[in-house]
Design a binder for this molecule. Structure first.
Ligand code: NAI
Length: 457
């Protein structure tokens, strides 16, 4: 009998398997595709590889401004694909090695709970293995959703799963949904010369993010000729001889391929959850957020399948740690979800942590906001990226509640504000620290000083 059976080998599942080693627990990790999950195989890692290739391309294309004369660069889609593949393969292989080193039994097949402490694994050839475990962790992740009139065929109407493996650069793409995935794809595709039409039902890009951040992104998208249709639902796609037509309002646009990015739904059907009393809500699993335990005492859930939890790989890691800690010790390791940063890898990058102004106001805080642009920040000017901004949301005469950074390296810079939010720092406490000069992070220092009521520049 294993101490833990884990169903799903993505960031939630493999992190739980690795972390269990700290307590000397025996683990079976069940996965019916490849270890790595969405993040490693068809999400974060391959997407960021494409984004990096596009960024290098645009840096070279704009090199003359920096005094570097080059011939006009050419974007080789197949080479960028090859590099992406190599990065993914390397990380998947490394992960496999690490799991082996930690003594984790990786079992190929589809896992299904057949009773308390019992998991049946069906391999691709139909053969069955029965596993017994004291505890089970569900970490089956999510899959791309679609909308009526957009049946995913993987060729003309696709999700990010397919787009990450395109072997040729598409000429014209319609992206449905300007959330995180939609904006990241629109951003990098346009950067390498694809014609992009981006449709969003809400009235701003990356809905839910601070409107100031969306405005900076919209400006950058306009510059790169991305056609953005806000407040715009779409009618059913029509496949024609020359491509696919996307209707909106009384008009339509013809493209070669439609990328649907309207959210992701949990993968929880066929897991045998009802046989053991695991409660779900629209497919999401209900857990005690301090322990990640479901309504069945020996079954835990982590990652994208958890109700109310943001669908982020780093959240899955943290939830895996919480679940394993509870299984091994009975202690709780609750996550401060409010202090979890989120990064949108567009150009410019957007990163946020804690509450936005709208959320803090709705929650009843007496809110004060402070913003500082990057136009006068030396390092940002040197980098040729002056469109960014920092916005800090604090309570009047109280702590920092949230922050958003837009600009080069925003995803790295957000972490100092993660501590500020997590430790409920007052703007004056955070502003007392000196930022290095010249750095883009000085924009955060300036915003903190202004939030503390004594701005410098
Ligand atoms: P999302 O929920 O972020 O965005 C979907 C967007 O589609 C929303 O803005 C919604 O208003 C819009 N939409 C829905 N139906 C529509 C319609 N019929 N017409 C036009 N627009 C429509 O979902 P997304 O981008 O698919 O991402 C899925 C999950 O993956 C998210 O939870 C996200 O946080 C996560 N993710 C995170 C990344 C990161 O942290 N960098 C990268 C990629 C994904």
């Amino acid at each position: 009998m294993y101490d833990i059976a884990i169903i799903g080998g993505g960031p939630g599942g493999y992190a739980a398997a690795l972390y269990a080693h700290n307590f000397g627990l025996s683990v079976a990790l069940i996965e019916n595709e490849r270890i790595g999950g969405t993040c490693l195989i068809k999400g974060c890692i391959p997407a960021k590889s494409w984004i990096q290739s596009a960024e290098v391309f645009s840096t070279v294309a704009g090199a003359e401004e920096f005094g570097v004369i080059t011939s006009p660069p050419e974007f080789s889609w197949p080479r960028a694909l090859e590099r992406k593949q190599k990065i993914v393969e390397g990380l998947v292989k490394g992960l496999g090695g690490l799991l082996q080193q930690r003594g984790v039994d990786v079992i190929d097949g589809h896992g299904r709970i057949s009773g308390s402490g019992k998991v049946n694994v069906t391999a691709a050839d139909g053969s069955e293995t029965k596993i017994a475990a004291k505890s089970t962790i569900l970490a089956t992740g999510s899959e791309a959703a679609s909308i009526p009139g957009y049946d995913i065929d993987g060729v003309t109407i696709v999700t990010s799963d397919h787009a990450l493996d395109w072997t040729e650069q598409p000429g014209r793409v319609a992206v449905i949904g300007a959330g995180v995935i939609g904006c990241e794809f629109a951003s990098f595709l346009a950067e390498v010369g694809t014609e992009v039409h981006l449709f969003e039902m809400e009235d701003q890009l990356v809905p839910g993010m601070e409107p100031e951040a969306a405005t900076v992104l919209a400006r950058s998208f306009r510059k790169r000729k991305i056609k953005t249709y806000l407040g715009s639902g779409v009618g059913p796609a029509r496949i024609t001889d020359t491509g696919v037509t996307v209707p909106y309002g009384d008009e339509s646009v013809e493209v070669d391929v439609v990328l649907v990015a309207v959210g992701r739904r949990p993968v929880t059907s066929g897991l045998g959850l009802d046989t053991v009393g695991v409660s779900t809500d629209h497919g999401f699993i209900e857990v005690n957020s301090a322990t990640m335990r479901t309504t069945a005492a020996d079954i835990y859930a982590v990652g994208d399948i958890v109700r109310g939890s943001p669908q982020l790989a780093h959240v899955a890691f943290a939830e895996a740690i919480a679940a394993v800690t509870h299984i091994a010790t009975g202690d709780t390791a609750p996550i401060d979800y409010n202090a979890v940063p989120m990064v949108v890898y567009t150009h410019p990058e957007i990163a946020s942590v804690g509450m936005t102004e709208a959320i803090a106001s709705t929650a009843g805080y007496n809110v004060r906001t402070t913003e500082h642009g990057m136009r006068g920040v030396g390092r940002a000017i040197i980098q040729g990226e002056i469109g960014g901004t920092v916005k800090i949301v604090s309570e009047t005469d109280g702590p920092i509640l949230g922050a958003t950074v837009v600009g080069p390296g925003a995803g790295e810079m957000i972490h100092e504000l993660m501590y500020a939010v997590g430790w409920e720092a007052l703007p004056s406490e955070a502003a007392a620290f000196v930022h290095a000069h010249p750095t883009v992070s000085e924009a955060i220092g300036e915003t903190l000083m202004a939030a503390a009521g004594r701005g410098l520049h």
